[in-house]
Ligand binder design. Structure first.
Ligand code: ADP
Length: 204
């Protein structure tokens, strides 16, 4: 079963997969975190990726497809969840060449709420755990004791650019998957636990 997660930046896709992994066995294809891993290596490719990310732009589809194909190459899991992919018609066409999309989960959240969440978001520099300033004001990761940091693209300016990119390129995919009969819409303004429950009902 192949599942794509759609939703504006800050709608809770990363939190959802984090929570889902405690209940479900799946391969996670998280393009954003794979790209951040490449940045962390300090490679030339990583520098190119960082320059795009820090401007709130999409990374080139050929780079994204390379990371996805690498992830899928030795996959043995029957459920694959794509987080942060596809983000454009071009990418959705590429995905159709590789596999069928069985389910598209659309986490629906207003832009104003998404911005508030992004401004409150902290990510662990060691294990990638996503949390908030409210929960962890001491900036210590509750999972691994690593240092919690603000993502370099989580500034109001870059977030607004990413929202615009989402509106223009990613939002049209909601219609595409609705028309193909695989879209399920979830109210993402609810608590992480409520969102998790709603999603589990759809997957099981
Ligand atoms: P968010 O959904 O909050 O933007 P991600 O970690 O999913 O967070 O993505 C961070 C950045 O990584 C994006 O702004 C973009 O630059 C890049 N990125 C992630 N997924 C893709 C993708 N499918 N195609 C191109 N670039 C991507």
């Amino acid at each position: 079963m192949n599942i794509v997660l759609l939703g504006i930046q800050g709608s809770g896709k990363g939190t959802l997969v984090q929570d889902l992994s405690k209940h479900l066995d799946f391969l996670l294809v998280s393009v954003g975190s794979s790209l951040r891993d490449e940045i962390a290596t300090g490679s030339k490719l990583g520098k190119l990726i960082k320059s795009k990310m820090d401007k709130g732009e999409l990374v080139d589809t050929n780079i994204v497809m390379d990371t996805i194909n690498k992830k899928l190459s030795d996959n043995k899991k029957s459920i694959v969840i794509f987080d942060g992919f596809p983000r454009s018609r071009e990418q959705a066409d590429e995905l159709d060449k590789i596999c069928n999309v069985d389910l598209a989960i659309y986490l629906n959240l207003k832009k104003e709420d998404a911005l508030k969440r992004i401004m409150n978001r902290l990510t662990c520099s060691k294990c990638g755990n996503i949390t908030t300033r409210v929960k962890c004001p001491d900036l210590v990761c509750p999972v691994c004791n690593g240092k919690l940091t603000v993502r370099s693209d989580d500034t109001p300016e870059v977030a607004n650019k990413r929202f615009e990119q989402y509106r223009l390129e990613t939002e049209p995919l909601i219609k595409r998957y609705r028309e193909s009969g695989v879209l399920v819409e979830i109210d993402a303004s609810k608590t992480p636990n409520e969102v998790l429950k709603a999603v589990m009902k759809v997957i099981k």
